[in-house]
Design a protein around this ligand. Structure first.
Ligand code: NAD
Length: 460
């Protein structure tokens, strides 16, 4: 896409937006229903594209990309009528008679930029939020999931209103051209380096942005945890989608007293889930491309730990990295430097909860934080921050429909999902209505005499 056509695209969508077409609540509901239908009608093709791009196991692709997106669109469709109503605000006596209200206006023409790891969900859910709020939308799928990008772009053209919703495929060049335009909101999901590029481009036009970024999300397993449960839930978060999930467990801190038992249980979880050779399992995914496989291999090769307790096999050409557990990891190991975003789980021991807490507070704020403990969940939550958190579970905080999803600090800013997505893509306009028939108040009119000041002091 040349810069000129990006400009033309935005102009065309702005004309649609200004016609009022997208503000209509029925239009919004129709588009959300069409989005949900599009995902359900084309489930098999989408599953095939996700398998091609990421070797995504069928169940994970269905649950994490298709069902989760369709149910978000359905939830927004059912609720948006209530959210879109004006909210009345009490007017202090000094300013009466008058009424005040918040009205929700769509922001206008918005841009959604998605990554490759959940290439349907991370495009369809922000799109659904933008539609629920009544915007015209441009979606930019990730070029690193090319089969899904091509399919979803074609389907969007068939199912959604082409006058108001456009998908633009491409990579850095196309995204750069899009970012040069003036948008009314940008929601970007991906890494923090590009997040800064997006924020800088948005700043030129003072465009509000939502940055959904990543980071190293830790799990802490205390000695009073249910270890079987902890191992199972950590396994789910670490090895689904081969660890390429923004809220995956990046690494585990475990109390020394239960360290060996947890590692054993993690090994059991891997065997039960993927068999003796996970490479043969239809339920274990692949790394998105060779470059990322090389990157994860380099972290593993970087040392700074005692041993590879489970797994460790890597075949870069096949984009395969085995579910791996690494023990005796030092805080300065390569694996502890950047977000792993792959199926390698470093395990660090601690004697006192203050150790992982100090490490978390000295690091970038994570997108998610998981604590496994019968009694110390709140102790950890009260002393740390993160985008979201679970006590005795992993990842499921993403699902309750109206729980805001977003990061803090390096893991991003702004949030969406359910009502929060509607809020993100809406402008809260403050309206103050005065009846026309009342006499003008003399108080605000100069000359400001002593008597006016006395009355003003009394009524305020
Ligand atoms: P990616 O490489 O697909 O990039 C994301 C988007 O940015 C793509 O659409 C891409 O075309 C665009 N892009 C890439 N380089 C660009 C540039 N120089 N200028 C403009 N646009 C550019 O995905 P990724 O960044 O590798 O995604 C993985 C990261 O995203 C991880 O850090 C992960 O934690 C994070 N993530 C966060 C969430 C969340 O909801 N918070 C969800 C998924 C992934």
């Amino acid at each position: 896409m040349a810069a000129a056509s990006a400009e033309e695209l935005v102009r065309r969508l702005r004309t649609t937006f200004e016609s009022g077409r997208t503000r209509d609540l029925d239009w919004r509901r129709e588009q959300l229903a069409a989005l949900s239908q599009m995902l359900r009608d084309n489930e098999e093709d989408l599953l095939a594209a996700l398998a091609q791009d990421l070797g995504k196991p069928r169940w994970e692709a269905w649950a994490g990309d298709i069902a989760a997106s369709a149910s978000e669109a359905d939830h927004l469709r059912k609720k948006l009528g209530g959210w879109a109503k004006d909210t009345g605000i009490r007017v202090p006596i000094a300013f009466r008679p008058a009424r005040a209200a918040i009205t929700y206006q769509p922001r206008g023409v918005v841009l959604v930029i998605a990554p490759w790891n959940y290439p349907v969900y991370l495009l369809a859910t922000p799109l659904a939020a933008a539609l629920a709020a009544g915007n015209a939308v441009v979606c930019k799928p990730s070029e690193l999931a090319p089969a899904t990008s091509a399919l979803i772009t074609r389907l969007a053209g068939e199912y959604l209103d082409p006058q108001a919703i456009t998908f633009v495929e491409g990579g850095v060049e196309e995204t750069t051209d899009l970012l040069a335009q003036k948008w009314d909101h940008i929601l970007y999901t991906g890494n923090g380096t590009v997040g800064r590029v997006v924020a800088a481009a948005a700043a030129r036009h003072l465009t509000p942005t939502t940055l959904e970024l990543g980071g190293k999300s830790p799990a802490i397993v205390h000695k009073d945890a249910n270890l079987k449960q902890a191992a199972s839930r950590i396994a789910f978060a670490k090895w689904s989608n081969a660890g390429q999930t923004c809220i995956a467990v990046d690494h585990v801190w475990v109390h020394h007293d239960v360290h060996d038992e947890l590692v054993e249980r993690l090994a059991t979880e891997i065997r039960e889930r993927y068999g003796d050779d996970p490479r043969q399992s239809a339920d274990f995914g692949r790394i998105v491309n060779e470059r990322h496989a090389e990157r994860v291999k380099a972290l593993l090769d970087g040392g700074g730990y005692d041993e590879v307790a489970v797994g460790g096999q890597v075949d870069v050409a096949a984009r395969y990295i085995a579910p791996t557990v690494v023990t005796g990891v030092k805080p300065d190991a390569a694996l502890m430097g950047e977000e792993i975003f792959g199926p390698v789980l470093p395990v660090l021991g601690f004697d006192d909860l203050s150790e992982p807490i100090a490490h978390i507070n000295a690091s970038d704020h994570p997108l998610a934080l998981y604590v496994f403990s019968r009694r110390n969940g709140d102790h950890v939550l009260d002393r740390t921050t993160s985008g979201g958190a679970c006590v005795n579970d992993t990842m499921l905080h993403i699902f309750p429909p109206d729980l805001p999803f977003g990061g803090v600090g390096e893991s991003g800013y702004g949030a969406y999902h359910g009502k929060w997505g509607f809020e993100t893509f809406s402008h809260r306009r403050s309206i103050y209505r005065r009846p026309g028939f009342f006499v003008e108040s003399a108080l605000t009119k100069a000359p400001y005499t002593a008597i006016k000041e006395r009355v003003a002091r009394f009524v305020y």
